[in-house]
Every structure is written in C-alpha cells, then in structure tokens.
Design a binder for this molecule. Structure first.
Ligand code: NDP
Length: 330
C-alpha cells in the first residue's frame, strides 16, 4: 500500500514563489507529536499572499502552506490526543513557519490542536476557519469593551470577505443592528441575507477624513485598515470602540489623536494566531452557540484541492465572497 499523500508544495525560483502538487511521504513532514490525516483546509487572505508570493509570508522553501486544517488524528506521541480524534487547527504560525494544511497529512505539536467542537463537521469548522475565529474574537473584544446592542448600528468593513461576512452573521445573530461596508454593492442582497440592515459603499470610508466627523457607529469590526479605519475612527460614538484585525486597504493609519482623547474611543487590536488555548476553547464555544449554520453554509463555497492556486490569486483581488473551504480529497 502506498504511503504517499498529496500536498501543494511552494518553492522559490529566481526570487519568485512557485507551486506544484506533489506526492510526499510521511517522513518528509516536519517534526511534531501528532500526525493528522487532513480532510479539509480553507483559504484565507494570508494563504493568498503565501501561495502567490505577493506577501513575504514564507521564508523557508520548499514549504507547505495553509493556516487552517481539520481532520482526524492518525498517530500520536502525546497523551492529549489518540488516533481517531477529530481535531482542527488555526494559527500558531502553522502555514507560515511550520508546514500547514494544504496537504492530506500534517505533523504538528499537540498544543496547537483544538478538539473539533461538537456540532461542527470538519467542513463547517473550516468554513469558520481563521476568518470566523477572528470575527468572533473581534465581537468578544467589543463585548468586553461594553458595547451594547441597544445603542445603535455596528459597522463591519470588508463585509463580503471571510472575516467580514462572518462578523456580519455573528453580530446579527446576537441582535446587533449591522451596517456592512463593501466595495461590491452588487452583493447587497447577500449581505442582507446574512443579517445586515444597511449597506455602505466602500468609497464613503476610503477617503481622506476629518479628525472628527459625525458620531455614527456604536462600535465597528474593521478588516481592512488604512483610510477606511481612519474614517470610521472619526465617526465612532463617544465611548465606543473598533476591533481592528486586517490590512486589505493598507497598512498606514492616517488618523489623529482626537477620537481617542476627545471621544474616549478604543482601538482594540485583534490577533488570532497566538491566541492562548483557553481563549480558543471559549471562542469556538461561542461560535458554535451563536452562528446559524444555514448562514454559514450560505457564505461558503467548497472547492477541490486542484482549484486552490487559482482561488489564491482571486482572494488577493478581493474577488472571493465569504469563505472558501478546500476539500483535500476531491
Ligand atoms: P478576504 O479577502 O476574504 O476579505 C477582505 C475584504 O476586504 C474583501 O472581500 C473586500 O471586501 C475588502 N477589500 C479588499 N481590498 C480592499 C481595499 N483595497 N479597500 C477596502 N476594502 C478592501 O480576506 P479575509 O477575510 O481572510 O481577511 C481580511 C483581513 O483580515 C486581511 O487583511 C487579513 O490579513 C486579516 N486577518 C487578520 C487576522 C488576525 O489574526 N489579525 C486573521 C484573519 C485575517 P468587500 O468586497 O466587501 O469590500
């Protein structure tokens, strides 16, 4: 019986990142205590940067990307997991510094794994993936700041993207009034289907802003950074906050101190990669308790493994709606 499995292997030639599907053997995998038979992964913005080489995500080649994975433990040298256990993984630098989920097999540290939450299939866990996990962290950051649903609309930027569409779904399910900002107005009905009550054209935020504008938003989840983040900071209601996690619109933040010192605004940074294990369990518990599965299915497309490189190019152009799950056995 063949011990080989399929992986998308990244290499570098003349400073350019290349990719090819290869058959690997288990002994080619990096060190770790647990070997997982990976059934599903997902495509995140960071994966798009890694596969195309558009961002300096990967520094050692050859490399297997994929920051998310779900599957079943095949073998384990750790007391924490045994063969047959269903697990998932997001972050911890997997798919960036350690080989990741774009492979039918992965060898990983036990401490990086999370037991698959009951009520989620591997496919749905990957529909959530890093993007949905990050959305929930953003919502929890706003809750922790004391943002109450009664006090007006919460803004979500990059709403048609993975983090954005899941943030819209989670906030709406919690009873918040959600305004979705998007560059794709033609997807307004999709966003309303997820629970957004108003749609704001991206251009209204992607502009130079005044230090203080009309107080409009009772909090925000920002997935794009740059000028839109600066504009929404100037429009937050007194004493509210934005949970900021992304950079699709740019890295510089052209703001002033005024929203912070005159309106008591909070700029809450959110990182999912190094989120500690206890908070991970709590975050997945909240996701499974809150997220309507029909909405999750509506915003998810499942693609075969071979379609991944093309989809990686598309996500960098802002062309993916919602979440993309990769079925590694299709
Ligand atoms: P997606 O590509 O799925 O979503 C990004 C969305 O941003 C797009 O769909 C688009 O939404 C919007 N967008 C794209 N380009 C621009 C632009 N030039 N100006 C304004 N808006 C733009 O990516 P993800 O949802 O996977 O990730 C979103 C962001 O969050 C990324 O920057 C990613 O790096 C970051 N991220 C951070 C994490 C963390 O731990 N901090 C974890 C996961 C993601 P629309 O068409 O609706 O306008």
């Amino acid at each position: 019986m063949s011990d080989t499995f399929k992986a998308l292997v990244l290499n570098q030639e003349n400073g350019k990142t290349t990719h090819s599907f290869e058959q690997l053997r288990t002994d080619a995998l990096p060190e770790g205590e647990v070997v997982v038979s990976v059934s599903h992964s997902s495509l995140n913005y960071k994966d798009g940067l890694a596969i195309t080489g558009a961002g300096k995500i990967i520094r050692q080649f050859p490399f297997v990307g994929g920051i998310d994975l779900a599957g079943v433990v095949e073998s384990s040298e750790s007391d924490q997991y045994k063969p047959g256990d269903a697990v998932l993984l997001t972050g911890w630098g997997v798919g960036e510094r350690h080989w990741g989920g774009f492979s039918q097999k992965a060898r990983l540290k036990a401490q990086w794994l999370t037991p698959l939450p009951s009520g989620l299939t591997p496919e749905r866990a990957m529909a959530v993936g890093t993007a949905g996990f990050t959305s929930m962290l953003c919502v929890m950051a706003l809750e922790g700041y004391g943002i109450k649903k009664e006090n007006g609309p919460v803004l979500v930027t990059g709403a048609n993207g993975g983090v954005g569409s899941l943030a819209v779904s989670l906030l709406a399910a919690l009873g918040y009034e959600v305004t979705a900002s998007t560059g794709r107005m033609e997807e307004s009905d999709f966003l309303k289907g997820l629970g957004a009550t108003h749609i704001l054209p991206r251009d209204e935020l992607s502009r130079d802003s005044k230090p203080l504008e009309r107080e409009t938003w009772n909090g925000a989840v920002d997935t794009v950074g740059g000028k839109p983040l600066a504009t929404l900071l100037s429009q937050l209601q007194y004493g509210t906050a934005v949970a900021a996690c992304g950079l699709a619109a740019g890295v510089p933040l052209p703001t002033t101190v005024f929203p912070f010192i005159l309106r008591n605004i909070g700029l809450l940074g959110v990182d999912s990669v190094m989120c500690p294990p206890d908070k991970r369990l709590e975050t997945w518990r909240r996701i499974t308790a809150i997220l309507p599965m029909d909405k999750l299915d509506d915003l998810t497309e499942v693609i075969p493994f071979d379609a991944l490189p093309k989809a990686a190019e598309t996500i960098l152009k802002g062309g993916i709606r919602g979440r993309t799950v990769v079925d590694l056995n299709r």
